[in-house]
Design a protein around this ligand. Structure first.
Ligand SMILES: N#Cc1c(N)ncnc1-c1cnn(CCN2CCOCC2)c1
Length: 286
């Protein structure tokens, strides 16, 4: 698929195009990544499911945003080129804040490693005795700097965030990130999903802070099945566990180019994305 628009940015599974008139087109592909590799086999409808989920969250979060004097960047998910219909969002072009705003309600991944070394996540002190998958006493704001493509984001302190965006903006980002996460966690819990953590990106349009990028999708968040949540081990991923398990069983060394996925893993993974969408929104995907 080639769009007749200038490419602005390319991520592992998404692209950003210049749509003119201070608008960008965010296009979500059907690509899936696992163990820091983009796999050669697409998951049909993944891009459409995650786009529809972001669009739904923008509507769900409108009140929280308004309460914090903020807006979101979505202009339209319908007024997009036919080649990417259903998996693209026309958005306002913003001046992006140089930090990734991460909210964590549970201890997992790099957070667990950092906690094991220091008892904290960067400058956020945590109580003793937490293990992989533990729910934190309160959600915490653990911002990071945006890494180059292929690199991992680097967690930064709140003081560093203040250096980057100023004290007032840093406080606003922390407050809004945690408020949005709390709302998302509450909605997800009712759908049988633990929203363990998520990454928001914000920009500004004049003086107004604007929620950008994708929102609380399985690609920007850790989704765990609530039914199997059990602190003390790496939690199964709501959406990627079939892929992870098959890659592990295939003997792939996680260094060489990853193998193609079998059809049954592709179908089961597509079903997990659709199930997450339908559980969260209460609406059928098809
Ligand atoms: N959203 C948004 C947005 C906006 N509304 N205005 C200006 N710039 C951006 C923007 C451009 N790149 N990124 C990083 C996130 N990208 C997402 C796609 O995949 C690659 C990474 C954000």
């Amino acid at each position: 698929m080639t769009l007749d628009l200038p490419l602005v940015a390319r991520g592992k599974v998404r692209e950003v195009y210049d749509a003119g008139d201070d608008r960008l087109l965010l296009v979500a592909s059907d690509r899936i990544s696992a163990y820091d590799h983009v796999l050669p086999t697409p998951i049909p409808d993944k891009g459409a499911v995650l786009t529809r989920l972001s669009v739904w969250w923008f509507d769900q979060l409108a009140q929280v945003l308004a309460e914090h004097g903020a807006q979101h960047h979505l202009v339209s998910a319908d007024d997009v080129p036919a080649e990417v219909a259903g998996r693209a969002m026309l958005v306002r072009r913003l001046v992006m804040e140089p930090v990734e705003c991460v909210a964590r309600g549970y201890l997992s991944g790099s957070g667990t490693v950092e906690y094991g070394r220091t008892g904290a996540i960067v400058d956020v002190e945590l109580p003793a005795g937490l293990v992989e998958g533990s729910r934190l006493p309160e959600p915490v704001f653990t911002p990071s700097t945006k890494a180059e493509v292929g690199e991992h984001d680097e967690a930064i302190s709140f003081a560093r965030t203040v250096e980057l965006v100023g004290a007032q903006r840093a406080e606003q980002l922390r407050e809004l990130t945690l408020a949005l996460y709390r709302r998302g966690h509450e909605v997800a819990q009712r759908a049988g999903i633990v929203l363990a953590d998520t990454k928001f990106e914000f920009g500004t349009d004049g003086d107004v802070l604007v929620l950008a990028d994708e929102v609380m999708t399985p690609d920007s968040s850790r989704f765990w099945p609530a039914a199997t949540w059990a602190p003390g081990a790496v939690q199964p991923s709501y959406d990627k566990q079939y892929v992870r398990d098959w890659l592990t069983s295939s003997g792939w060394d996680r260094q060489s180019p990853p193998p193609e996925l079998p059809e049954d893993v592709v179908a089961a993974t597509r079903e997990r994305y659709v199930a997450a969408y339908e559980a969260l929104t209460g609406s059928p995907f098809a």
